[in-house]
Design a protein around this ligand. Structure first.
Ligand code: GLA
Length: 700
């Protein structure tokens, strides 16, 4: 082993880097390595191929053409056309346990790069980098991408695409020679943002096979890349997508690249999600309080803010056991519909003549917390703010960007605009008992200029600063990140927020897939999941309450429905479901999420098991009709094989709709070993499509 090398390792993954001829080379990222690897460099040295370099090249993670690399470089930029090609040399190498920090310098291009790698105890590799201009002229940075090598058994990739109301739909394809790029250019992470890019073998499933995942910690423009070169090498990369001239470093200035979080799993896609969940749960800022059962009033009220109606909703909420009520869009100046008011964060006396205090007190007096909606980055042209400061929008030259939902984006990189939003929103929080805000972002950024320069990076940093400042000023404040549903769910904003609004689509059938894949990275306690109305407002579909309630159970649960219209029986079911959620949220929000490789594609089987495997709650969901009479048996992995378990169906929100004469006998309770449950399983009930049943598995 050369002197300058570092093996970062845990029981699930290893990462090995070394310095070769001054270049920093990642030799391995994947399965854990033990034992003697002193001759690893020799073992991995390639043949000298025909028609090729006379000596083997080790271009390293900077992927420089000066070191013989023929793919996309890690860093690109220039000084007015010079310093266009680099050759970084490692000058400092510090390695302590699972942390390694390396400084590389190129004295010709006059750049210094500090890059660090941390492998945490859950197997999450965190890669950070900063590029510093150590010359005296300006350096224009075009891009910096974090790359990780992939072995050739990774023949496929999985990433996510989507749109409003249908976020995070998986797409899986073969890796072929060339570069595959997924760009996000919305100025927010976006509905179509890939929350992770995952390389896998053709056989990798939820429970088995190798997978290599990266997730970028950034809420602005970004790109993920998968590259396979004609020499057979392949790699995956992720970085901020910089607009032309967005980063020009003056002497001594640095660019800090968004970090990437990378996970290797030998145990399929669930191995990836377990590592991300464990890592995120270990953060000091991870919410510690039990996640309050929430009533969001958006779909019950829309813009019709009416105190009497809200009191009626709250009275029913009390009956059900709601712990937090959120007043959504429509409370502020002139906001009678979505055409006006954004930017004027003062209470509208037209709808709230006595202010918000009486309704907040009414809610608080029932023992319920109050939350309020904001969309601080936005402005309607029809607002006092825009009339006073039309120049405060992100724009280029004399152009005004096209409207989207009748709104424009405020340039939070502008000090005046930033302070306006901060002070107005902070004043509302300071003068009311508001413990929670839902912060929305309902349009994309285009032509987003700040004083003649591209302004997306600055805007992204500004919203991070604003969230941090609101939390500093209002200790205990929780923030829900919403962006037309789930268009700002990413590891960049996650340390500043306490909940994500997963999707505007409250249709439980659609939510099954959206939640299944959002939880690939984000643990369920951070994902808002609401019981929607009987007839879904997005799809118009009619679903059983039991289906809606089962779906909403697997997240930070809530209701978004005019519950004054619920029947007496439905209210009773909502109350028993609320109790069930409260009794089981400690498990649901700390346990291991399991997605079973269910053999029929008409159904999903998934659940959460406590870390000691004493209790699990699973959902069997029939999405579409089956072809055969009896669906495949329900098998439950991950239990203690030697223990005996009681398996039974539970119905906290009423029965599902069946298509059978009598359901399988085990549903009233059967004892079975953990081993039998994973290898033999129990018979699946025949459900009507779009129905679900909850199953509890308890160690005896
Ligand atoms: C967005 C959000 C919704 C709701 C509306 C209000 O669409 O995703 O939940 O807050 O805005 O206008």
């Amino acid at each position: 082993m050369s002197k300058q090398s570092a093996l970062l390792t845990t029981s699930t993954a290893s990462f090995f880097i070394e310095v070769v001829n001054g270049a920093l080379v990642i030799r391995h990222w994947g399965a854990p390595v033990v034992g003697d690897i002193a001759e690893l460099a020799l073992a991995l040295e390639n043949s000298i191929a025909n028609s090729s370099w006379d000596e083997p090249q080790s271009p390293g993670l900077m992927r420089e053409s000066s070191r013989g690399f023929l793919g996309r470089p890690t860093l690109s930029g220039h000084r007015q056309g010079t310093a266009w090609s680099t050759q970084f040399e490692v000058t400092d190498f510090h390695h302590i346990e699972n942390h390694c920090e390396v400084i590389l310098r190129d004295f010709h291009a006059e750049l210094e790069l500090t890059i660090s790698f941390d492998l945490d105890s859950h197997g999450v590799l965190i890669q950070k980098a900063a590029v510093k201009n150590i010359g005296s002229s300006d350096y224009s940075l075009n891009e910096f991408i974090h790359w990780l090598p992939l072995p050739q058994e990774a023949t496929q990739t999985l990433d996510f695409a989507g749109r409003w109301s249908n976020e995070r739909q998986p797409q899986r394809r073969d890796i072929q020679t060339g570069t595959w790029v997924r760009e996000s250019r919305e100025g927010r992470s976006g509905h179509n943002f890939s929350i992770a890019d995952i390389a896998l073998t053709a056989q990798t499933s939820f429970q088995s096979g190798s997978a290599w995942a990266t997730s970028i910690a950034w809420s602005g423009n970004s790109h993920y890349l998968v590259e396979r070169l004609f020499d057979g090498s392949q790699s995956m990369g992720a970085g901020e997508l910089l607009l032309p001239g967005e980063v020009i470093l003056a002497a001594n200035e640095s660019y800090e690249a968004p970090a990437i979080f990378a996970v290797y799993s030998a145990n399929g896609l669930d191995g990836i999600s377990s590592a991300f969940h464990a890592h995120l749960r270990a953060r000091a800022v991870h919410p510690k309080r039990a996640r309050p059962l929430t009533l969001n009033m958006w779909e019950a009220l829309y813009f019709d803010h009416n105190e009497t109606k809200i009191r009626e909703l709250v009275d029913v909420a009390v009956e059900i056991g709601i712990e937090r009520v959120v007043l959504d869009d429509g409370w502020f100046h002139s906001r009678r519909n979505d055409r006006s008011g954004l930017g004027d964060w003062v209470i509208d006396p037209a709808v709230w003549p006595n202010g918000l205090t009486p309704i907040i007190e009414y809610i608080n007096n029932k023992g319920i917390e109050f939350g309020l909606w904001f969309e601080g980055e936005m402005v309607n042209p029809d607002s006092d703010l825009y009339r006073a400061h039309p120049e405060w929008i992100l724009h280029e030259g004399d152009r005004v960007p096209p409207l989207w939902r009748h709104q424009l984006v405020l340039d939070l990189g502008n000090e005046g605009a930033f302070n306006h939003v901060l002070e107005q929103s902070s004043a509302i929080l300071a003068s009311h008992n508001i413990s929670y805000i839902k912060w929305d972002h309902n349009r994309v950024l285009v032509d987003a200029g700040h004083l003649g320069r591209a302004g997306v990076r600055r805007q992204t940093q500004a919203i991070y600063k604003l969230f941090a400042e609101l939390k500093r000023r209002h200790p205990g404040l929780e923030i829900e990140s919403c962006a037309s549903g789930g268009a700002r769910i990413d590891l960049g904003v996650i340390d500043l927020v306490d909940r994500f609004w997963t999707s505007d689509n409250n249709d439980a059938l659609e939510r099954q897939t959206i939640q299944r894949w959002t939880s690939q990275v984000i643990p369920p306690e951070l994902l808002g999941t609401h019981i929607g109305p009987t007839h879904g407002h997005q799809t118009g579909r009619t679903l059983e309450l039991s289906m809606r309630a089962t779906t909403a159970l697997f997240g930070h649960a809530g209701i978004e429905w005019n519950i004054t219209e619920a029947t007496a029986e439905e209210r009773k079911h909502l109350a028993t479901w609320a109790t069930y959620y409260k009794e089981n949220r400690a498990l649901l929000h700390s346990g291991k999420s399991i997605r079973v490789d269910y053999p029929d594609d008409h159904g999903y089987l998934y659940g959460v098991s406590s870390s000691d495997t004493k209790k699990s709650i699973f959902a069997y969901v029939q999405l579409t009709p089956t072809t055969s009479i009896h669906p495949a048996a329900l098998k439950f992995p991950g239990l203690d094989p030697d223990a005996t378990y009681l398996v039974q169906a539970v119905f906290p929100a009423g029965k599902p709709r069946y298509m059978l004469i009598s359901p399988p006998a085990w549903m009233s309770g059967v004892r079975f070993s953990g081993s039998a449950l994973s290898s033999i399983g129990v018979s699946a009930p025949i459900l009507a499509p779009a129905n679900a049943v909850l199953i509890e598995i308890t160690k005896i």
